[in-house]
Design a binder for this molecule. Structure first.
Ligand code: HEC
Ligand code: HEC
Length: 290
């Protein structure tokens, strides 16, 4: 076939003509051909080097024998090891010394806050102030005590929780379990109102004092001051389940056994300690007034 050239550009034409207009036969630029060829080479190389073609249940593993999944697992392992080393001081050192060390606080407080929000805030509130049925962790009304080692035990094993070492702390159901008559429960309720400084029926409270002495004082203390191992102070105006007449009657009638979950095995030792310290730091904030 005769090759025809365009007069103006000097390029070959395709030989096609539409109404006197001819199409130039412009070749694909060399650079594009190169990129195309190189990408084919690159694709073949990736196929050969990395896991690619599936064969039935298996797959071709690639000549360099590495997968991005393995790489990620290695990176996760390294990150965990670094984190464990970072937290190791929390496990190795004495809890009281840690609580007094401002550098420890600077290093761990941010992470501790995240841990608290993830694991504890649903019940105790992001501000640690608790809510009905869930104790405030900032006030001075402790069911147990503010001693960091005691708190560590509670975090580890829980209260009334499904752990062999859990701390049992149960208010008997005096009405439901038929331990006391309704009238006696009503009298004891008036006595608790008296103990807490609230309005009460004096005669009923006087009768309730006897019920209290025989049925309640062993746990709540002779003067209602609590026992520091779960039975709350009834005189301090802090109520876990409510301090009005009906709520108190309910506590006596139905009993109470709040469950604080255990964290051993779900949080690491270092994380548990971080949380114990977080409570100390947050309480110190409250006392500094910020
Ligand atoms: C499912 C709800 C729930 C979660 C989650 C929870 N707690 Fe508790 N926690 C409770 C209850 C309920 C009690 C009170 C138990 C009782 O009535 O004796 C309690 C008690 C406590 C106490 C003892 C308070 C005192 O007055 O002596 C501490 C300390 C505590 N929790 C800290 C934590 C921390 C830290 C976390 C997070 C790791 C956490 N709790 C997660 C429900 C919860
Ligand atoms: C075996 C020990 C024990 C005895 C006996 C006992 N209590 Fe309790 N009581 C507790 C514990 C533990 C709690 C906290 C339960 C919880 O945290 O879930 C509690 C909680 C309460 C509460 C709720 C306090 C709040 O903050 O809301 C009241 C009120 C109360 N008891 C009054 C009494 C009275 C009155 C008697 C006697 C008729 C009595 N208790 C006998 C252990 C006892």
């Amino acid at each position: 076939m005769q090759v025809e050239k365009d007069d103006i550009s000097g390029q070959q034409t395709t030989g096609h003509e539409w109404d006197g207009i001819k199409e130039l036969n412009t070749p694909v630029p060399k650079s594009v051909i190169w990129v195309y060829a190189l990408s084919i080479v690159f694709t073949l190389a990736v196929w050969l080097l990395y896991p690619s073609v599936p064969f039935g249940p298996d797959y071709f593993r690639g000549l360099i024998g590495t997968t991005s999944r393995e790489t990620i697992l290695e990176q996760v392992e390294t990150a965990q090891a670094t984190r464990a080393a970072f937290g190791q001081e929390l496990v190795d050192r004495d809890l009281y010394a840690l609580a007094a060390d401002a550098d420890v606080r600077a290093r761990h407080e941010a992470a501790a806050a995240v841990l608290f929000n993830d694991n504890c805030a649903a019940c105790h509130g992001t501000d640690l102030k608790g809510q009905m049925n869930f104790p405030n962790l900032l006030d001075d009304a402790w069911l147990f005590s503010d001693d960091p080692e005691q708190i560590e035990l509670i975090l580890r094993y829980g209260i009334n929780a499904a752990h062999d070492e859990t701390q049992y702390s149960i208010m008997p159901a005096f009405g439901h379990d038929g331990i006391l008559e309704r009238a006696a429960i009503r009298d004891a309720t008036e006595y608790v109102l008296f103990l807490s400084g609230a309005d009460h029926d004096r005669d009923a409270a006087a009768r309730g004092a006897e019920v209290y002495a025989s049925e309640c004082a062993d746990c709540h203390g002779e003067n209602g001051q609590g026992n520091g191992i779960g039975a709350p102070n009834l005189t301090d105006g802090f109520w876990l389940y409510g301090g009005d007449r009906d709520a108190i009657y309910d506590s006596l009638n139905k009993g109470r056994a709040g469950v604080m979950p255990f964290w051993e095995g779900r949080l690491s030792d270092a994380e548990i300690r971080k949380l114990v310290l977080y409570l100390q730091w947050s309480r110190a904030n409250g006392k500094d007034g910020d």
